[in-house]
Design a protein around this ligand. Structure first.
Ligand code: CP
Length: 321
């Protein structure tokens, strides 16, 4: 595997899950793979979990790690070709990418949706420039439309906590005060559609995710019906994906607090585990009681971010070097 931007980059999902279990059991067993290799982590946006877990994963594999916060200390970057650069942006991404690539062997990139153009976001304009111009293996640390390291960690967590062979997994929209990207729900859907789960998506009308991520998943607009019999509840806010309403792309259509996951919601389920990628807005997405309950596995999910990053980096190192 050279690049990792979606579930389809993994040669085989079940094999990746087996490797993840191995990595978790024996985190320092592959230290030789990263010797004299440098992993550069480039952040255009804030992060807590991805920043820490990916560094930890790379170090477990024996790699050196450099972290660059583009907006803190680096030159402000122009991303559009053809622009007369007479403003506050001192460097163009088209030079910055190949220069950054000189100092590393593998690049991780975090670059969120900008909501300026649905086409730019959904063609992953920034991430794909890194793939095209760096000449190095590139992995997504959350791009405009996907967060595959998170989704792999989510699936690892579901595998560890499931009580039946094919659990019912529900992705539910929940309210949030700010317009958030669709990267997490898109990748979660991407992975669940390839996994051995009964997958249901629930959200208010207008929040339909892009069909390339929904694929054959069941969409249920009635949240209560969706929750019935669920073994896992995965809550997440996302802004309007602009599928049925392109003019509303990236906008907030609803702040309906009846969608907040509270104890009554969890009582509709089959004693479901509660999941969220974090950071989470308490009492918007989920109540204090639910996130603090024994059924909440958000910390275990975050811990598995090291496992997912290490599994992906291991696969890149094994196939590229
Ligand atoms: N879940 C996640 O990616 O967290 P951070 O944004 O803190 O990295």
């Amino acid at each position: 595997m050279r690049h990792f931007t979606s579930v389809f980059d993994l040669p085989n999902l079940n094999e990746a899950l087996k490797q993840a279990a191995e990595v978790k059991k024996n985190p320092f067993g592959y230290e030789h793979l990263g010797k004299h290799k440098t992993c550069l982590l480039i952040f255009f946006n804030n992060s807590l979990r991805t920043r820490l877990s990916t560094q930890k994963a790379a170090r477990n594999l024996g790699m050196d790690v450099i972290v660059l916060d583009v907006n803190q200390g680096a030159w402000k970057l122009e991303t559009e070709r053809g622009v007369i650069m007479d403003g506050d942006k001192s460097e163009h991404l088209l030079e910055a990418i190949p220069v950054m690539a000189q100092y590393c062997d593998v690049l991780g990139v975090r670059s969120f949706a900008r909501f300026e153009s649905r086409e730019d976001d959904y063609t992953e304009k920034i991430l794909n420039q890194f793939i095209k111009y760096s000449g190095k293996p590139v992995f997504s640390m959350e791009a405009a439309t996907g967060h595959p390291l998170q989704a792999l960690a989510d699936l690892i967590t579901i595998e560890e906590h499931k009580k039946v062979e094919r659990p019912k997994v529900v992705l539910t929209w929940a309210p949030h005060p700010r317009a958030l990207p669709q990267a997490v729900p898109n990748s979660f859907a991407d992975f669940m559609n390839e996994a051995n789960v009964d997958f249901v998506i629930t959200h208010p009308e207008g929040y339909e995710l892009d069909p390339k991520f929904v694929r054959g998943a069941k969409v249920e607009y009635n949240q209560k019906k969706a929750f019935e019999g669920a073994d896992f509840i995965y809550a997440k806010n996302w802004s309007c994906p602009g599928v049925t309403n392109p003019d509303k792309y990236g906008q907030i259509l609803s702040k309906d607090m009846s969608w907040t996951v509270d104890t009554e919601h969890m009582n509709w389920t089959n004693d479901a585990k509660f999941m969220h990628c974090l950071p989470v807005r308490r009492n918007m997405i989920v109540t204090d009681d639910v996130i603090e309950s024994p059924n909440s596995i958000v910390i275990q999910e975050a811990a598995n971010r090291v496992v997912s990053a290490q599994t992906v980096l291991k696969m890149i190192l094994e196939s590229e070097f």
